[in-house]
Design a protein around this ligand. Structure first.
Ligand SMILES: [Mg+2]
Length: 169
């Protein structure tokens, strides 16, 4: 499988049904922050996303924020969501994902990494051997270099459509 190819491509986080994850043997969900969990222009996750995280936890799924950011906001947001976090994760290197698995005491077959960027989140997931889930970005507001990468991502996806559930993929 290509390092650039996500196992699943979904419209957003809330398309991920905890039952579908459990059916696939997933025990831990690692989440990117910017434009996956929280819109780049905002400082808080939406009510829908917060409810989704609660539903993962209710289904005994472990959840951790794995972000390349080094903003103090990461710690505050993770605390508000009641989840642990890794910042400066250095995605696309697999370091942050590996550290998350070690902390959560899960192996790669039990882990999914969810993010909105192929060249950071999907590559880090695929290098780590975990399930890679790409979601559409929450907004089109991105850093300049991200805007450039989005153009390449569109080529990589080659017209692949985002699905509404893991089972639809
Ligand atoms: Mg992101």
């Amino acid at each position: 499988m290509s390092l650039l190819s996500p196992d699943y491509y979904l419209k957003d986080l809330t398309c991920i049904d905890p039952h579908d994850l459990k059916k696939r043997g997933i025990k831990a969900v690692l989440l990117d922050r910017d434009n996956t969990l929280v819109s780049r222009e905002k400082t808080e996750a939406s009510d829908e996303v917060i409810a989704w995280i609660h539903s993962l936890k209710e289904h005994d799924l472990k959840v951790m924020l794995v972000s390349n950011s080094f903003s103090p906001m990461i710690a505050k947001e993770a605390e508000a969501l009641g989840i642990d976090y890794i910042d400066r994760a250095l995605k696309p290197l697999p370091i942050g994902v590996s550290e998350a698995m070690r902390r959560l005491e899960v192996d790669k077959l039990e882990t999914a990494m969810v993010g909105d960027q192929i060249f950071t989140d999907v590559v880090a997931a695929n290098l780590s051997g975990v399930v890679s889930i790409l979601v559409e970005p929450l907004t089109s507001v991105d850093l300049w270099h991200t805007v450039q990468l989005r153009k390449v991502e569109a080529l990589v996806l080659g017209g692949r459509e985002a699905q509404e559930s893991l089972d639809a993929s």
